[in-house]
Design a binder for this molecule. Structure first.
Ligand code: NAD
Ligand code: TYD
Length: 346
């Protein structure tokens, strides 16, 4: 297999690349990434010398960039993660999300379709989010059959890309698989997202900005468990099918941040309550979805997938990684992020 993994320099993509490069030395892995503010090749410095890994800088929206990569590397499979991924940014700039997430995905599908006419086995695995299903009441769970109801520009763009992926399967018999995952956490997570932002601010004794009342619920999954789910679906999932990925791990934002504060007080030898005193309630996010929660029964029963780690342990490991990798945080936040942070939070 010659696998094009798009968005491999980002958070989840770098974990997927690391897993595939190490576990499947006989596959050629091509990391195709535009290196936006969210992409960082240092995420992969532990594997970038490996013989089965290549990096290609390119834009999924460019027919030329994608075609050249397909031609040069004889691409037989795709795992597509490249996207604009932050809800708050999508509220500011929805067009950019439509360009990358919708047009970029459609371009990738079209180029792959034009190259894959040899009758051989191919797979296009599209990585999506549970946010396409909208916002839940207190008790339901998102199933693969839940109707799409995206409510942010980010989720609308991901939903649209999902529809194109399914349309290619139905219209052209194009070999797709799809996964819709809940919120991920772990190392190499860009500090604009809730967990790494809070870790960073706790460490630096800065305000911890909670949107609204902090009662919104997210279902958190260890990023390496998402990578193992993608591995299982990519290899053993049925063509044309969608698999939901999640670990039944719901937290209100405020409970999660309080838990993180206690954990970091301990790790940093601070008086109990020091970090929590930084919590600051700020204006709610526009259209803020109340609750996400995934039912991953299909993935568990059909493909035998299970999450490997409890949240408390995963969060503790994540905090340790950030404490040990402050240079990574400094580098990735040194550019345009400063301006973004000021605009969002001051
Ligand atoms: P991320 O923002 O950390 O990384 C995105 C990567 O895509 C970056 O390396 C960036 O440079 C690259 N990229 C962006 N535009 C590109 C373009 N036009 N051409 C080529 N590369 C481009 O995102 P992430 O959190 O790792 O998410 C990866 C995928 O997983 C996304 O499709 C996202 O919708 C999905 N997802 C994320 C989560 C989550 O909790 N983060 C949950 C479920 C699904
Ligand atoms: P986020 O990490 O942006 O993921 P998503 O919106 O895609 O689920 O946010 C997770 C939750 O945390 C969400 O309910 C919004 C909230 N949040 C805050 O309260 N403060 C913050 O500074 C951020 C970034 C998020």
């Amino acid at each position: 297999m010659n696998i094009l993994i798009t968005g491999g320099a980002g958070f989840i993509g770098s974990h997927v690349i690391r897993r595939f490069v190490n576990k499947y030395p006989h596959y050629q892995i091509v990391n195709f990434d535009k290196l936006t503010y969210a992409g960082n090749l240092s995420n992969l410095k532990d594997i970038d010398e490996k013989a089965n890994y290549t990096f290609v800088k390119g834009d999924i929206c460019s027919i030329e960039d994608v075609s050249n990569a397909f031609k040069e590397h004889q691409i037989t499979h795709v795992i597509h993660l490249a996207a604009e991924s932050h809800v708050d940014r999508s509220i500011e700039n929805p067009l950019e999300f439509a360009m990358t997430n919708v047009i970029g995905t459609l371009n990738l599908l079209s180029v792959a379709k034009s190259f894959w006419k040899d009758g051989k086995d191919h797979v296009f695995h599209h990585v999506s989010t549970d946010e396409v299903y909208g916002s839940l009441n207190e008790t339901d769970l998102f199933k693969e059959t839940t109707a799409y109801d995206p409510r942010s520009p980010y989720s609308a763009s991901k939903a649209s890309s999902d529809h194109f992926v399914k349309a290619f399967f139905h219209t052209y018999d194009f070999p797709i698989k799809m996964s819709n995952c809940s919120n991920n956490y772990g190392s190499h997570h860009f500090p604009e997202k809730l967990i790494p932002l809070m870790i960073n601010n706790i460490l630096n004794m800065q305000a911890l900005p909670i949107y609204g009342k902090g009662e919104n619920i997210r279902d958190w999954l260890w990023v390496e468990d998402h990578a193992s789910a993608i591995d299982a679906i990519f290899h053993n999932g049925t063509l044309g099918e969608t698999y939901n990925v999640g670990g039944l791990n719901e937290w209100t934002n405020i409970d999660l941040v309080n838990f993180l504060c206690r954990l970091m007080d301990e790790k940093l030898n601070r008086e109990p309550g020091t970090s929590a005193s930084l919590i600051t309630y700020i204006k709610d996010r526009a259209g803020h979805d109340m609750r996400y929660a995934i039912d991953a029964t299909k993935l568990e029963t059909e493909l035998g997938w299970k999450p490997s780690i409890q949240f408390e342990e995963g969060l503790s490991k994540t905090v340790d990684w950030y404490l040990e990798n402050q240079n990574w945080v400094k580098d990735i936040t040194s550019g345009s992020y400063q301006e973004y942070y000021k605009k969002m939070y001051s």
